[in-house]
Design a protein around this ligand. Structure first.
Ligand code: HEM
Ligand SMILES: *[C@@H]1O[C@H](CO)[C@@H](O)[C@H](O)[C@H]1NC(C)=O
Length: 567
């Protein structure tokens, strides 16, 4: 009996746990000599976190350790680090970065993060794939992102930008400063709904739209549990896969699966087509790739299931949401802080629009080069993805060094550190779009500015990213002058809890309506003037704004606002 007493069992259990911990400790300690034994310097790892303890305790943003160590070890070409027990090589030297991303890309074909499966079937999309699977899908999706195809998507984005301006008009007439963090979140989510999923979600009128809510939940874990699970899926994808637990909740999964299924069924049953990303995915499912001229090419031996359709619609959300939303948000923030740049932007917009009879056409937008320079400079200071990452897929000897990168090793490229290094971009804190004038941009090292990544895995949605971030600016600036509201933190810190480079605090902007050309140049008056309209009108509009509009696939209703099947 005595040996079965709780003390005895607990004692044995404690011994087993202690033993396991000791084995683990020794194993980790052995692993922590991985880099030093290869002659690679780096910060001292801490059991069991390696070099990412502050990330796990949410003290610093996910990519901060790589940024910090870039500056600490700048004299070296690369730094040896660890996530838990896994070695990670962080690249400092731009020429080595070029080898990894471009020249010897074939050795580094994977992003190296969790790539779907039972834990999260929605994660089985292009960004997360690797090898042949990735190459095939990338080739088949590329036609969606050609300039010609984007031109056909353009009216969808245009409509949403119009809604955004209406929403701003309303807040303005109501005398409220604008929370641009919210505006851009809504604006971008609306675009993803329309272009990616083929639905209209009415986020401006209905702040509780289910699409908007679920989309957010997909990004922002609601509790410590989900935060931890997702961090694990990112940091230790193989281990995570073995655990067989869900990365996101069934509710979110079902919501997106049902939504996509309904849309696909509707389109197929009614022979309805819409110029959007969803259509491309449906065509892939049907074994077709359709180019911008409508020419159908049949593909064989490329099974693309309903799950693939849903996962790759999710890709649009995953890759296109926070990236464009934060870029637009930071651009507005910097423009409000730099009135002379804002004025120059406005002049360009007005000049080009005059040439196009005031119409925001695709071509007109393409001609607004200064706005692109503003976005480029915004993404230099605040690259939505602060670091790029690759997993070594084939053993690689780094030329002119003794270092061999073993298969499976993660390689990080701390882009924001490069872009904020005074030796690479002098006076990095200064917001100066001239750095990206045509001639200056041509002189850049291919890896010194990489907000969209670089090489064969570079962002596929680059042009769409510019269109999305640009459109709202182009519509707002001729109408309103932007001034920073005292509620916006200056300078802006980076939010620790977000994977993207997001603002830690909201961007609040006071607007001043521009009536005459001359008034726009007057920055002497710093107090915003609000024009109030009759309360009845505003109330009616607000009621409309908060009314619950049921979510429905766009296709069910007759296409609204003129974007019929063949726009
Ligand atoms: C300002 C907006 C955007 C920024 C800054 C951005 C940035 C990035 C970055 C840094 C990567 C990783 C590249 C690499 O590893 O070298 C990426 C990949 C990707 N992005 Fe974007 N992105 C933006 C908008 C979009 C949009 C709107 C889409 C539309 C669907 C999109 C689609 C993709 C895809 C499909 C990939 C994966 C490519 C692959 O793995 O082959 N992105 N993006
Ligand atoms: C501003 O917008 C952001 C993003 O949607 C939101 O998280 C925040 O709560 C908003 N701020 C206020 C005070 O409403």
């Amino acid at each position: 009996m005595a040996s079965l007493a709780p003390g005895g069992v607990l004692g044995e259990l404690a011994a087993v746990v202690l033993f396991c911990l000791a084995v683990m400790y020794l194993w980790f300690r052995h692993r922590y000599s991985y880099w030093s034994s290869r002659g690679v310097e780096g910060p001292k790892p801490v059991f069991p976190f390696g070099n990412i303890r502050d990330v796990l305790t949410r003290k610093t943003q996910f990519f901060q350790p790589y940024t910090d160590n870039y500056f600490r070890y700048k004299h070296l070409p690369y730094v040896g680090m660890y996530t838990f027990n896994r070695p990670v090589l962080s690249i400092n030297d731009l020429d080595v970065a070029k080898l990894v991303l471009i020249k010897d890309f074939e050795y580094f074909q994977a992003h190296g993060i969790f790539s779907g499966g039972t834990g999260d079937p929605l994660a089985g999309h292009l960004f997360n794939m690797h090898g042949k699977e990735w190459k095939d899908l990338r080739a088949k999706m590329s036609p969606t992102f050609t300039s010609g195809k984007l031109k056909t998507l353009y009216p969808l984005v245009n409509n949403i930008a119009d809604d955004a301006v209406k929403y701003i008009d309303l807040l303005y007439s109501n005398g409220e400063p604008i929370n641009f963090s919210e505006l851009y979140a809504k604006y971008t989510m609306e675009i993803i709904g329309s272009v990616g999923f083929g639905i209209e979600c009415n986020g401006f009128k209905n702040p509780n739209s289910e699409f908007y809510r679920r989309g957010h939940e997909y990004f922002e874990p609601k509790s410590m549990y989900w935060t931890f699970v997702r961090a694990l899926a990112f940091i230790a994808p193989d281990f995570y896969k073995k655990l067989g637990i869900k990365r996101i909740s069934n509710e979110i999964l079902n919501f997106f699966f049902d939504l996509v299924r309904q849309t696909v069924d509707y389109r197929q049953n009614n022979d309805y087509k819409r110029n959007d990303f969803m259509q491309t995915l449906i065509e892939l499912k049907n074994g077709q790739v359709v180019d911008e001229k409508g020419k159908v090419n049949y593909v064989h031996g490329f099974p693309f299931s309903m799950t693939d359709v849903t996962a790759n619609a999710m890709l649009y959300m995953f890759a296109g949401y926070e990236t464009s939303a934060t870029t637009g948000n930071f651009a507005v923030y910097e423009l409000a802080l730099n009135p002379h740049i804002q004025q120059k932007a406005r002049q360009e917009i007005n000049r080009v629009l005059a040439k196009y009879n005031g119409e925001y056409t695709f071509e007109a937008q393409n001609e607004m080069e200064y706005i692109n320079m503003i976005l480029d400079e915004t993404m230099r200071k605040y690259p939505p993805m602060r670091a790029l990452f690759r997993r070594c897929t084939r053993e690689y000897k780094v030329p002119n060094t003794d270092l061999t990168i073993e298969k499976g090793t993660m390689v990080f490229l701390p882009v924001q550190a490069y872009q904020m290094d005074p030796e690479i971009f002098p006076e990095p804190e200064k917001f100066d779009p001239e750095r990206f004038s045509k001639e200056n941009k041509a002189k850049l090292h291919p890896c010194q500015w990489m907000p969209f990544g670089e090489g064969p895995r570079m962002c596929l949605g680059l042009r769409q990213g510019y269109i999305q971030s640009k459109m709202a600016l182009v519509k707002i600036l001729p109408k309103y002058e932007l001034r920073i509201n005292e509620k916006s933190p200056v300078p802006m810190k980076i939010k620790a809890s977000s994977y993207a480079c997001a603002a830690d605090g909201d961007v609040w902007i006071n607007l001043k309506e521009i009536r005459h050309q001359a008034e726009a140049a007057d920055f002497s008056c710093s107090k915003a003037i609000f024009v109030r309209v009759g309360p009845a009108v505003v109330e009616a509009d607000l009621a409309q704004r908060t009314r619950r509009v049921p979510l429905r696939p766009n296709a069910r209703a007759p296409p609204k606002r003129g974007h019929g099947p063949n726009v």
